[in-house]
Write a protein that binds this ligand. Structure first.
Ligand code: HEM
Length: 175
Protein backbone atom coordinates (compact mmCIF):
# COMPACT_ATOMS: atom_id res chain seq x y z
CA UNK A 1 0.00 0.00 0.00
CA UNK A 2 2.82 2.43 0.81
CA UNK A 3 4.57 1.95 -2.55
CA UNK A 4 1.25 2.50 -4.36
CA UNK A 5 0.98 5.76 -2.43
CA UNK A 6 4.26 7.18 -3.82
CA UNK A 7 2.69 9.33 -6.60
CA UNK A 8 0.10 10.59 -4.12
CA UNK A 9 2.84 11.47 -1.59
CA UNK A 10 4.65 13.43 -4.33
CA UNK A 11 1.41 15.26 -5.21
CA UNK A 12 0.66 16.14 -1.55
CA UNK A 13 4.28 17.30 -1.06
CA UNK A 14 4.04 19.55 -4.13
CA UNK A 15 0.69 20.94 -2.96
CA UNK A 16 2.09 21.73 0.50
CA UNK A 17 5.22 23.39 -0.97
CA UNK A 18 3.17 25.29 -3.58
CA UNK A 19 1.21 26.86 -0.71
CA UNK A 20 4.42 28.56 0.53
CA UNK A 21 6.04 29.09 -2.92
CA UNK A 22 5.63 32.87 -2.92
CA UNK A 23 6.13 33.68 0.79
CA UNK A 24 9.94 33.75 0.47
CA UNK A 25 10.67 32.58 4.04
CA UNK A 26 8.70 29.73 5.74
CA UNK A 27 8.91 27.15 8.53
CA UNK A 28 9.60 23.80 6.83
CA UNK A 29 8.26 21.81 9.76
CA UNK A 30 4.96 23.70 9.83
CA UNK A 31 4.55 23.89 6.05
CA UNK A 32 5.61 20.35 5.10
CA UNK A 33 7.30 17.99 7.58
CA UNK A 34 4.50 18.05 10.20
CA UNK A 35 1.35 17.92 8.01
CA UNK A 36 2.64 15.50 5.31
CA UNK A 37 2.82 12.26 7.40
CA UNK A 38 -0.66 12.73 8.90
CA UNK A 39 -2.23 13.50 5.51
CA UNK A 40 -0.59 10.38 4.02
CA UNK A 41 -1.50 8.12 6.97
CA UNK A 42 -5.10 9.41 6.81
CA UNK A 43 -5.23 8.53 3.11
CA UNK A 44 -3.62 5.14 3.83
CA UNK A 45 -6.42 4.44 6.32
CA UNK A 46 -9.14 5.63 3.92
CA UNK A 47 -10.13 8.60 6.15
CA UNK A 48 -12.41 10.75 3.94
CA UNK A 49 -10.88 14.08 2.82
CA UNK A 50 -13.74 15.91 4.61
CA UNK A 51 -12.66 14.41 7.97
CA UNK A 52 -8.92 14.91 7.55
CA UNK A 53 -8.72 18.33 9.22
CA UNK A 54 -10.53 16.98 12.32
CA UNK A 55 -8.36 13.84 12.25
CA UNK A 56 -5.24 16.00 12.09
CA UNK A 57 -6.51 18.16 14.95
CA UNK A 58 -6.85 15.10 17.18
CA UNK A 59 -3.50 13.62 16.21
CA UNK A 60 -1.70 16.96 16.56
CA UNK A 61 -3.19 17.45 20.04
CA UNK A 62 -2.22 13.93 21.15
CA UNK A 63 1.25 14.04 19.59
CA UNK A 64 1.97 17.54 21.00
CA UNK A 65 1.86 15.90 24.44
CA UNK A 66 4.43 13.36 23.23
CA UNK A 67 6.78 16.19 22.25
CA UNK A 68 6.92 17.45 25.84
CA UNK A 69 9.67 16.36 28.22
CA UNK A 70 8.96 12.62 28.70
CA UNK A 71 10.20 12.91 32.30
CA UNK A 72 7.70 15.67 33.05
CA UNK A 73 4.73 14.55 35.17
CA UNK A 74 1.59 15.41 33.15
CA UNK A 75 -0.81 17.41 35.31
CA UNK A 76 -4.31 16.04 35.80
CA UNK A 77 -5.85 18.72 33.57
CA UNK A 78 -3.61 17.73 30.65
CA UNK A 79 -4.30 14.03 31.27
CA UNK A 80 -8.05 14.68 31.22
CA UNK A 81 -7.75 16.76 28.06
CA UNK A 82 -5.70 14.08 26.28
CA UNK A 83 -8.03 11.34 27.54
CA UNK A 84 -11.02 13.17 26.08
CA UNK A 85 -9.25 13.63 22.71
CA UNK A 86 -8.18 9.96 22.58
CA UNK A 87 -11.78 8.90 23.31
CA UNK A 88 -13.03 11.18 20.50
CA UNK A 89 -10.42 9.80 18.05
CA UNK A 90 -11.12 6.18 19.04
CA UNK A 91 -14.87 6.81 18.80
CA UNK A 92 -14.40 8.20 15.29
CA UNK A 93 -12.15 5.27 14.30
CA UNK A 94 -14.64 2.72 15.67
CA UNK A 95 -17.50 4.27 13.65
CA UNK A 96 -15.22 4.36 10.59
CA UNK A 97 -14.38 0.67 11.15
CA UNK A 98 -18.07 -0.22 11.39
CA UNK A 99 -18.76 1.67 8.13
CA UNK A 100 -15.92 -0.26 6.45
CA UNK A 101 -17.33 -3.53 7.77
CA UNK A 102 -20.61 -2.63 6.04
CA UNK A 103 -19.00 -1.12 2.91
CA UNK A 104 -15.36 -2.21 2.46
CA UNK A 105 -13.11 0.03 0.31
CA UNK A 106 -9.42 -0.01 -0.78
CA UNK A 107 -8.17 1.59 2.43
CA UNK A 108 -5.92 -0.06 5.03
CA UNK A 109 -8.77 -0.38 7.55
CA UNK A 110 -10.81 -2.54 5.13
CA UNK A 111 -7.69 -4.65 4.50
CA UNK A 112 -7.08 -5.06 8.23
CA UNK A 113 -10.73 -6.10 8.65
CA UNK A 114 -10.29 -8.76 5.93
CA UNK A 115 -6.89 -9.91 7.24
CA UNK A 116 -6.92 -13.43 8.66
CA UNK A 117 -4.20 -15.36 10.53
CA UNK A 118 -4.83 -19.01 11.34
CA UNK A 119 -8.56 -18.42 10.91
CA UNK A 120 -8.69 -15.52 13.37
CA UNK A 121 -9.38 -11.89 12.50
CA UNK A 122 -8.68 -8.58 14.24
CA UNK A 123 -11.53 -7.11 16.26
CA UNK A 124 -12.42 -3.40 16.23
CA UNK A 125 -10.37 -2.57 19.32
CA UNK A 126 -7.28 -4.27 17.86
CA UNK A 127 -7.65 -2.27 14.63
CA UNK A 128 -7.94 0.97 16.62
CA UNK A 129 -4.71 -0.14 18.32
CA UNK A 130 -2.95 -0.65 14.96
CA UNK A 131 -4.09 2.79 13.78
CA UNK A 132 -2.81 4.36 17.00
CA UNK A 133 0.53 2.61 16.47
CA UNK A 134 0.80 3.88 12.87
CA UNK A 135 0.09 7.44 13.99
CA UNK A 136 2.59 7.31 16.83
CA UNK A 137 5.23 5.38 14.86
CA UNK A 138 4.76 7.15 11.55
CA UNK A 139 4.29 10.83 12.34
CA UNK A 140 7.05 12.38 14.42
CA UNK A 141 9.65 9.97 13.00
CA UNK A 142 8.95 11.18 9.45
CA UNK A 143 8.70 14.84 10.54
CA UNK A 144 12.10 14.58 12.23
CA UNK A 145 13.66 12.80 9.23
CA UNK A 146 12.47 15.50 6.80
CA UNK A 147 13.67 18.32 9.07
CA UNK A 148 17.05 16.72 9.75
CA UNK A 149 17.54 15.74 6.09
CA UNK A 150 17.12 19.33 4.94
CA UNK A 151 19.44 20.58 7.70
CA UNK A 152 22.01 17.96 6.73
CA UNK A 153 21.84 18.88 3.02
CA UNK A 154 22.07 22.55 3.99
CA UNK A 155 25.26 21.81 5.88
CA UNK A 156 26.60 19.80 2.92
CA UNK A 157 25.71 21.88 -0.19
CA UNK A 158 27.95 19.81 -2.50
CA UNK A 159 26.06 16.63 -1.61
CA UNK A 160 22.78 18.51 -2.01
CA UNK A 161 23.77 19.77 -5.48
CA UNK A 162 24.90 16.30 -6.54
CA UNK A 163 21.63 14.81 -5.26
CA UNK A 164 19.45 17.35 -7.04
CA UNK A 165 21.39 16.98 -10.32
CA UNK A 166 21.00 13.20 -10.12
CA UNK A 167 17.25 13.54 -9.45
CA UNK A 168 16.84 15.96 -12.37
CA UNK A 169 18.70 13.71 -14.78
CA UNK A 170 17.08 10.44 -13.55
CA UNK A 171 13.55 11.59 -12.98
CA UNK A 172 13.00 14.65 -15.10
CA UNK A 173 9.23 14.10 -15.64
CA UNK A 174 8.43 14.06 -11.87
CA UNK A 175 10.23 17.36 -11.20
C1 HEM B 1 11.57 8.18 8.84
C2 HEM B 1 10.64 7.69 9.42
C3 HEM B 1 10.67 6.44 10.30
C4 HEM B 1 11.67 5.93 11.08
C5 HEM B 1 13.08 6.47 11.27
C6 HEM B 1 11.14 4.72 11.69
C7 HEM B 1 11.86 3.89 12.54
C8 HEM B 1 11.36 2.74 13.12
C9 HEM B 1 12.12 1.85 13.98
C10 HEM B 1 13.56 2.03 14.37
C11 HEM B 1 11.28 0.83 14.33
C12 HEM B 1 11.63 -0.40 15.18
C13 HEM B 1 11.32 -0.07 16.57
C14 HEM B 1 11.66 -1.25 17.49
O1 HEM B 1 11.58 -2.40 17.04
O2 HEM B 1 11.97 -0.97 18.62
C15 HEM B 1 10.00 1.10 13.72
C16 HEM B 1 8.91 0.29 13.90
C17 HEM B 1 7.68 0.58 13.34
N1 HEM B 1 7.38 1.63 12.48
FE1 HEM B 1 8.64 3.02 11.81
N2 HEM B 1 9.86 4.53 11.29
C18 HEM B 1 9.53 5.57 10.44
C19 HEM B 1 8.35 5.78 9.80
C20 HEM B 1 7.23 4.99 9.94
C21 HEM B 1 5.98 5.20 9.25
C22 HEM B 1 5.71 6.33 8.26
C23 HEM B 1 5.12 4.23 9.70
C24 HEM B 1 3.67 3.97 9.33
C25 HEM B 1 2.87 4.79 8.70
C26 HEM B 1 5.85 3.42 10.65
C27 HEM B 1 5.34 2.32 11.33
C28 HEM B 1 6.05 1.50 12.14
C29 HEM B 1 5.47 0.34 12.82
C30 HEM B 1 4.04 -0.14 12.70
C31 HEM B 1 6.49 -0.23 13.58
C32 HEM B 1 6.40 -1.49 14.48
C33 HEM B 1 6.76 -2.67 13.61
C34 HEM B 1 6.69 -3.95 14.41
O3 HEM B 1 7.11 -3.99 15.53
O4 HEM B 1 6.20 -4.91 13.84
N3 HEM B 1 7.14 3.90 10.78
N4 HEM B 1 10.08 2.25 12.97
Amino acid sequence: MVSALAPRIAAVTSRLLDSVRDVGRFDLIEALAHPLPVIVIAELLGIPAADQATFRGWTDAILSIGEQDPQAQLDQATMNRVGAIVRELNGYLLSHIQQRRARPDDGLISRLLAAEVDGSRLDDEEIVGVVGLLLNAGHITTTALLGNAILCLDEHPAAAAERIMKRITDMEPRI
